[in-house]
Design a protein around this ligand. Sequence first.
Ligand code: PMP
Length: 305
Amino acid sequence: MAFHADVIWYDGKLIDWDKAQVHILAHALHYGSCAFDSVRCYKTQKGSVLFRTREHLIRLADSCKIYHMDMPYTTDELEQAVFDVLRSNNLEQAYVRPFVFRGMGTLGLNPFESPLHVSVAAWDWGAYLGEEALENGISVMVSSWHRAAPNTTPTMAKVAANYMNSQLIKMEAIKNGFDEGIALDAFGYVSEGSGENIFMVKNGVIYTPPTTSAILPGITRHSVFVIARDLGIRIEKHILPRESLYIADEVFLTGTAAEITPVTKIDDIVIGNGKRGPVTQKIQKRFFDIVNGTAEDTHNWLTYL
Ligand code: PMP
């Protein structure tokens, strides 16, 4: 695994990885004016597959729309760019990062004077929280940092600026010896992890906070809804008080990077029996069976390269 590949798609062309650079006065570097998304490409016995690419690219377009970024490429064109990057780099499995940012124009706050640039990069990246975490779970803390209040920085947009808040959550967790941090929303209800949505299981029912709890509406989160329904497991969106996590039978996090990661301890309180729970395991198994090509892709989530 290396954080490197041969080429990056940049404003419509494939260029050398090392040449994909920006000016230090780019608007995005100073004011966080960029939207991005991520897609995973999995290696299966039938070839490499992308998981829900279109949904990720549509969310990218939505993030741009919220911030008046006039995206110059269609979803079809960006999808083609994703294929081109993976093929040109001979990547069989990868993490793909489509990215839209305001480059160098002026450094005034008015962003309309800085030109938009678009790139798609990809590299080989394994389990985000570690292979072992997928099986044995992780230990998390509830962060002292909250997610943004409504009508401040919109959390439905996946934009760079939001990730300063995520970094505060992540750094606090690491400095305190935890693997990840969970943020509450402005009202003190459970929101999400620094880069993951959160789910809990109680008495066989799965619960997750609604979009009004300052979350990014995750595509993995949506996939968990569909998988749970397919498996006949009840799943609900619910405002969750912090303490409901402590007394849950199971807790897990979801995300393109984190996939489906069990949480076995929160603020040093053991969740359930301290091991990956049966509901988490069922959802996780179906998810990995689909992306690894061993279960039927009944919802057309996969695109073979
Ligand atoms: N919340 C945040 C803040 C995230 O960064 C991510 C990762 N994109 C998620 C949730 C999960 O979203 P997805 O499943 O679409 O990757």
